[in-house]
Design a protein around this ligand. Structure first.
Ligand SMILES: C[S@@+](CC[C@H](N)C(=O)[O-])C[C@H]1O[C@@H](n2cnc3c(N)ncnc32)[C@H](O)[C@@H]1O
Length: 244
């Protein structure tokens, strides 16, 4: 019996270009400074004008050739910042002109613990949220919740939202917004911060370009507990948005 002839479908793949497995992947057991340069390689061409508005210790930039970009570093802290980082700049009110940056980096504290027990066992980030006392919040601007400032997870989201509105203002059209975040369990509720932010930012005119998962190399500390109800988070995200 003669063998049936198998008709292959025409490949829609482009035949030009070299095959390679040296691709940039979406998930990494790595540190932030190892993943961040890959994001720049994919989304931020050299010579771009880039602001990191929560520079902190500048860890993200440790493995980046800083000469390759036109960089502006700032942080709300007024002391203890590395040289080259402008102190006392609030990410919700940047001293930059409209549509003046190609890319912006935002990595705020992931939790808010105003002296309470909602995040027992986690680092208290209250000091970084001291600026929430300025009476601003997205909810207030929308006319909701006018009596109270947000706390805990809502405070975290509020800073993401207000900073995103400001990022939208200073980014050029098609500008890239790189946002670091981590989901959290707050008051026994699972809060998928990366989804909440993504949904809100779509309302501001950002589209999602990519998502990177960073898995910790070491194990997070053990907190005292009787019974474990949720998986202890050992991963965080770099979200990549584009201003339309
Ligand atoms: C998780 S650390 C950032 C670490 C940084 N990406 C690095 O590589 O070292 C959070 C930083 O956000 C800053 N921060 C908190 N609220 C801020 C605000 N409203 N505006 C600007 N920076 C803020 C803190 O001072 C802190 O340095």
């Amino acid at each position: 019996m003669s063998k049936p002839t198998i008709k292959h479908k025409k490949s829609e793949r482009i035949n030009t270009g070299e095959s390679t497995n040296a691709l940039i992947h979406s998930a990494h057991v790595a540190t932030n400074d190892e993943v961040f340069p890959m994001i720049l390689d994919l989304f931020v061409p050299t010579s771009s004008k880039v602001a990191d508005v929560t520079y902190g210790k500048g860890v993200f930039w440790k493995k980046v050739n800083k000469e390759d970009y036109d960089l502006f570093f700032s942080d709300i802290k007024t002391k203890g910042l590395p040289e080259g980082c402008v102190p006392g700049i609030d990410s919700t009110s940047l001293p930059y002109e409209d549509e003046s940056f190609d890319a912006l980096v935002f990595d705020p504290p992931y939790m808010h613990t105003p002296g309470g027990t909602a995040h027992n066992g986690h680092q208290n980030f209250e000091q970084y949220y001291a600026n929430n006392g300025n009476g601003q919040s997205v909810n207030r601007e929308k006319g909701k919740d006018s009596t109270e400032l947000p706390k805990y997870h809502e405070a975290v989201l509020d800073l993401y939202y207000r900073s995103a509105l400001e990022a939208y203002r200073v980014l050029k059209k098609n500008g890239i917004y790189i946002v670091k975040c981590q989901d959290e369990v707050c008051s026994n509720k699972q809060r998928l911060t990366h989804l909440e932010i993504t949904i809100e930012l779509q309302n501001y005119g950002f589209i999602t370009e990519d998502l990177f998962v960073v898995v910790r190399k070491n194990k997070p500390g053990v907190s005292r507990m009787k019974k474990q109800y949720h998986a202890r988070k050992n991963h965080s995200y770099f979200m990549i948005y584009r201003k339309l």
